[in-house]
Design a protein around this ligand. Structure first.
Ligand SMILES: Cc1cc2nc3c(=O)[nH]c(=O)nc-3n(C[C@H](O)[C@H](O)[C@H](O)COP(=O)(O)OP(=O)(O)OC[C@H]3O[C@@H](n4cnc5c(N)ncnc54)[C@H](O)[C@@H]3O)c2cc1C
Length: 253
């Protein structure tokens, strides 16, 4: 139950200030006691059940047995944890998106304008179509990534695919909830339907567990690294161009 009601906190702390950033972090399981204070429980736009708050630790003593993994070895835990954390953020979007589309599709089947169900207007039904494409694309990407993670692909490739899934799915669910609201009109902005809540909840997903800008950072970084490890025996398609051997025209500086 977030900071508000948690009995335990998983805390990353710098334990070797002189080490490079990745090598100086340790991870602790901290029990709630009087040295742990939840300073502010934030009012949130969405995800209001999460009890998100700012936590202060004042001279908190943590028994050695509560060290998770190795001292100064928390970056490995963090990078490993981010795989399920980001992939579940992505996977959760599929369910929300599907529900938003169905609610909008049912409503637009019943709601009439000019004597016709509004689903017969292309402006409305194309929003449903665009949303379905995004839903199926996100579900495919998430499924492919989950299969690849289960198969134990190299960690760099895993990080790239998980980041792609997280970024794509969290932006797609936002677009889909937006479309659902747009297709339904004013009533979807009220709490008569759950679309307004879905939209508020969806907004968080592209921010937490690493913003989508950070996902882009990881995606390009891991891809350039993959490119450096050239696959032996792979045909170089660049050489298919009729003028491929005109080196004089390949000016890089
Ligand atoms: C409701 C809620 C629940 C949360 N729950 C948890 C939780 O359970 N556990 C937890 O650990 N955290 C949690 N968070 C924190 C969340 O993970 C962070 O808010 C998020 O990672 C972004 O960090 P930041 O807020 O410090 O933004 P900043 O890092 O300050 O980023 C601000 C802006 O700068 C951009 N930016 C920053 N650095 C770069 C860069 N290098 N390159 C390009 N752009 C950059 C960001 O993309 C963003 O647009 C929660 C947050 C919220 C709102």
């Amino acid at each position: 139950m977030g900071a508000e009601g948690a009995d335990y906190f998983m805390v990353y702390a710098r334990t070797d200030p002189d080490a490079p950033p990745r090598d100086g972090l340790s991870c602790f399981l901290v029990e709630r006691d009087e040295s742990v204070e939840v300073k502010t429980v934030y009012g949130l736009m969405g995800a209001r059940g999460s009890g998100t708050g700012r936590v202060l630790f004042r001279d908190t003593r943590v028994p050695a047995e509560n060290l998770v993994g190795k001292e100064n070895g928390a970056s490995h835990i963090f990078y490993r944890m981010m795989i399920p954390e980001r992939l579940t953020s992505a996977a959760g979007c599929i369910g929300a998106a599907r529900e938003a589309i169905e609610i909008a599709a049912r409503y637009t089947t019943r709601r009439k304008a000019f004597g016709m169900p509004i689903k017969s207007f292309q402006a409305v039904n194309f929003m449903i179509a665009e949303s379905l494409i995004k839903l199926d694309a996100m579900a495919s990407l998430v499924w492919m990534t989950a299969k690849a993670v289960d198969a134990g692909i190299p960690h760099g490739r895993m990080r790239r695919m998980v980041s792609e899934s997280k970024k794509f799915a969290t932006e797609a669910v936002w677009d889909i909830c937006y479309n659902a609201m747009q297709a339904m009109g004013g009533i979807a902005y009220t709490n008569v339907y759950p679309i307004e809540r879905m939209l508020r909840d969806a907004r968080l997903l592209s921010i937490w567990t690493g913003t989508n800008q950070i996902m882009n950072l990881i995606i390009q970084h891991e891809f350039y690294k993959e490119l450096e490890q050239e696959v032996r025996g792979k045909r170089n398609v660049e050489l298919d161009a009729p003028e491929a051997f005109n080196e004089e025209e390949k000016i890089y500086e």
